[in-house]
Write a protein that binds this ligand. Sequence first.
Ligand SMILES: [Zn+2]
Length: 218
Amino acid sequence: MLKSFLDLFLKPNCPLCQRPAEKELCFYCEKQLKQFENSSAEIFWQGDLPVFIWGNYDGLLKRAIAALKYDKKVNLGELFGYWLGEKWLSSSISKQSKNLIIVPIPLHEQKLKIRGFNQAEIIAKGFCQITRYPLKANGLKRVKNTEALFGLNLQERQKEIKEALILGKDFQQKLPNYPVLLLDDIYTTGTTVKEAKKVLEKHNIKVIGVVALASTKK
Ligand SMILES: [Zn+2]
């Protein structure tokens, strides 16, 4: 009796609703979040830069990503990385590409200092634990503190992201033996990941595509 009473207080609360939770999330929020999962993550796996997307950037998933980034709920990021990794492993694409290197889209140092972590890197950690791919968190470096690309038109976005990324220290000494799979938290216009691909390919590193937790793309 006393033990179960204490357990109630010792359990961390769900970061999204503050109710007691057995795991990272309470049963209710986990169930709600899974409703944003795409039935097929592979429909955008085509073209110049194929994209693999876990879920729809809306509702509680949108709120959960904000909680990760701004309320620093880092555990959520790893959990999302597991979900993304599980979905990737169950896809037919993963069976065709066994050896990959994961490179998260980097934040600029100034943003990193304010936030304390790069959410894409945290998701990538979870993703790599499940998939066993090596993680190269410094495969790319962001040398320009770009403004939010969201409200800009295509030309403005391209201008803003131009020369914002360079090859990071992980690849400066030795180029990777395997193709790179880029990872980002949210995929919107694709401007940043296209630039990332361009930078890596300039150094003869093959990029097979992007995995993202959520996207506005439908
Ligand atoms: Zn909850």
